[in-house]
Write a protein that binds this ligand. Structure first.
Ligand SMILES: *[C@@H]1O[C@H](CO)[C@@H](O)[C@H](O)[C@H]1NC(C)=O
Ligand SMILES: *[C@@H]1O[C@H](CO)[C@@H](O)[C@H](O)[C@H]1NC(C)=O
Length: 277
């Protein structure tokens, strides 16, 4: 599959150059921006954007492609057993706010809105995606201990450049939920997609456990899922950008990799190559 392979290399180069050059903001990159396409455009296998058959038809990478990808028959709920979920949250201290908030049931209910999560490619690809998601979540929340960023409200994470998502200046868009959703861009866009007012009521993410998991899955599907076959390291780069990669925070990268490989082991799958960034 030389075309697919060279496309992957090309993409990886684009992502890494983009991060190094600071082309992508430090709060994650938008999947669409890798191809440079607008949200209403399709990205073809050579990373060009357009809206006609040659972009949205065969080989369309993302955007409003004509065909949604074929799903495999993995049952994510059979993989994310109560034992698997409890194996994570049981490591959080009894005093943790997350203990009475995050649950497998809330995850499964949220999952109902994201049918491509853990369902693309081979069974092993599915296992790796599930391990990667929970690896990042474990790191972001301290084994489901934290609901929100510890010193969050001291920074309000409002970026005026996202004019379509104007900040409510009385609110703070600091990290909340399983993947610590942050910035007005992500609160606004995930809210529109999920159906809650993320800009005026960002605290919904730590009041409603199903919406909370939905924001994490929304974030994952936009920022990490498209890059899963490039290796776990690229998911760190695509979600955290310059915050952790390129020696900015090697300890955090190492923690993420440890959790990911541990969960791969539990799910009986090889973690693959390119684990760090
Ligand atoms: C922010 O809070 C102030 C004082 O409580 C209030 O007057 C104002 O309307 C609020 N702004 C928004 C956008 O909610
Ligand atoms: C899936 O992963 C397991 C464990 O690494 C391996 O033994 C198996 O061959 C893989 N299956 C396929 C189809 O690659």
């Amino acid at each position: 599959m030389p075309v697919a392979l060279s496309m992957k290399k090309h993409l990886l180069t684009l992502i890494l150059i983009g991060i190094i050059a600071g082309a992508f903001p430090r709060y994650g990159i938008e999947a669409q921006s890798i191809c440079g396409c607008r949200p209403d455009e399709c990205c073809n296998p050579w990373s060009y954007c357009g809206t006609t058959d040659e972009y949205c038809g065969d080989g369309c990478q993302w955007g409003p492609c004509y065909q949604s990808p074929e799903l495999n028959d993995v049952s994510v709920s059979d993989v994310v057993t109560l034992e698997f979920f409890d194996g994570i949250i049981s490591q959080a201290d009894a005093s943790c706010a997350g203990k009475n908030f995050y649950s497998r049931a809330a995850f499964l209910e949220a999952l109902g809105s994201y049918n491509q999560f853990g369902r693309i490619g081979s069974t092993n690809d599915s296992m790796r995606e599930i391990a990667a998601f929970f690896g990042h979540v474990t790191h972001e929340t301290g084994h489901f201990c934290y609901l929100e960023e510890i010193d969050g409200p001291s920074k309000n994470y409002c970026d005026d450049r996202f004019e379509e998502y104007p900040c409510n200046l009385n609110k703070s868009y600091h990290g909340r939920g399983p993947l610590q959703l942050s910035w007005n861009l992500n609160y606004g866009a995930s809210g529109n997609n999920i159906g809650f007012d993320g800009l005026n009521f960002p605290e919904t993410v730590i009041n409603d456990p199903v919406i909370s998991f939905k924001t994490a899955l929304w974030y994952w599907m936009n920022y990490a899922h498209p890059y899963m076959d490039l290796g776990f390291g690229v998911t760190i780069a695509s979600m955290k950008g310059g915050h952790e990669c390129f020696d900015e925070n090697p300890e955090a990268v190492q923690k993420r990799v440890e959790y990911y490989t541990e969960y791969c082991k539990q799910l009986g799958v090889d973690p693959g190559d390119d684990l760090t960034c």
